[in-house]
Ligand binder design. Structure first.
Ligand code: NAD
Length: 233
């Protein structure tokens, strides 16, 4: 049985990915920051292990890795979205977007790599976004962080491939989670119209893509898997 650590797993894509890996027979370590009630509920539901840490904070991530023990698969999923015009964005807003969406993956990957390198096996999957591929107006910081994850995936895949570790990335399109709860019905309809597969995605669509990339026997590394129903091709 593999131990799979998923950051920001109390809800949305993280929670659905946790359910999917558990269903497929893995032990899931559910990282959460504020949503203790949801994380504990999921812990019970999937017989996982919930662990609190703000993954945008280097010290908290270090402490988390002192507690978690063996991790075979790391899924860097925690993230926040935010609409800002760059010319009026504050330093704090920029730092928060970058530390939550990008530095978190650095802290967690650095935390897990020593044990993976010593075992000469392991997989890391980063959750980027289609905006990391194409860029989005009013989401420059988010797009920058998500593009950073794509660069990190490719560079780290080259760095740790010889140690038997694979690093891949999923770039979701529009997925039906709380992150998009602000989108009204008309916007959703327009997005469906623009999408070749005529719908927005589900958290399960992303979970299955992550699972595929985390497969132990795979020859895939440094790959960015577009899960957007064709919205971005
Ligand atoms: P969500 O808001 O439902 O979930 C994000 C999770 O990350 C939450 O559980 C939140 O508590 C957690 N989190 C945030 N900051 C954290 C921190 N500092 N430490 C620990 N946990 C933290 O959104 P989601 O749609 O499930 O998003 C999951 C990932 O997928 C994010 O990285 C997001 O950017 C990415 N993504 C989502 C979409 C979409 O359309 N929903 C599209 C592309 C990419």
């Amino acid at each position: 049985m593999r131990n799979v650590l998923i950051t920001g797993a109390s809800r949305g894509i993280g929670a659905e990915t946790a359910r999917y890996f558990a269903k497929m027979g893995d032990k899931v370590i559910i990282n959460y920051n504020n949503s203790e009630t949801e994380a504990k509920k999921l812990e019970k539901e999937i017989n996982g292990i919930a662990i609190k840490a703000d993954v945008s904070n280097s010290a908290e991530v270090k402490r988390m890795f002192e507690e978690v023990g063996r991790v075979d698969v790391l899924i860097n999923n925690a993230g926040i979205a935010g609409f800002y015009m760059l010319d009026t964005m504050s330093d704090d807003e920029w730092d928060r977007m970058l530390s939550t969406n990008l530095s978190s993956a650095f802290y967690c990957s650095r935390g897990v790599l020593p044990q993976m390198i010593s075992r000469k096996s392991g997989a890391i999957v980063n959750i980027s976004s289609m905006w990391g591929l194409t860029g989005a107006a009013c989401e420059v910081a988010y797009s920058t962080a998500k593009a950073g994850l794509i660069g990190m995936t490719k560079a780290l895949a080259k760095e740790v491939g010889p140690s038997g570790i694979r690093v891949n990335c999923v770039a979701p399109g529009v997925i039906d989670t709380d992150m998009n709860s602000g989108l009204d019905k008309n916007t959703i309809r327009e997005l469906c119209d623009e999408t070749p597969l005529c719908r927005i995605g589900t958290a399960l669509d992303v979970a299955k893509a992550v699972y595929y990339l985390a497969d132990e026997n795979s020859f895939i590394t440094g790959h960015i898997l577009n899960v957007s129903g064709g919205l971005v091709i």
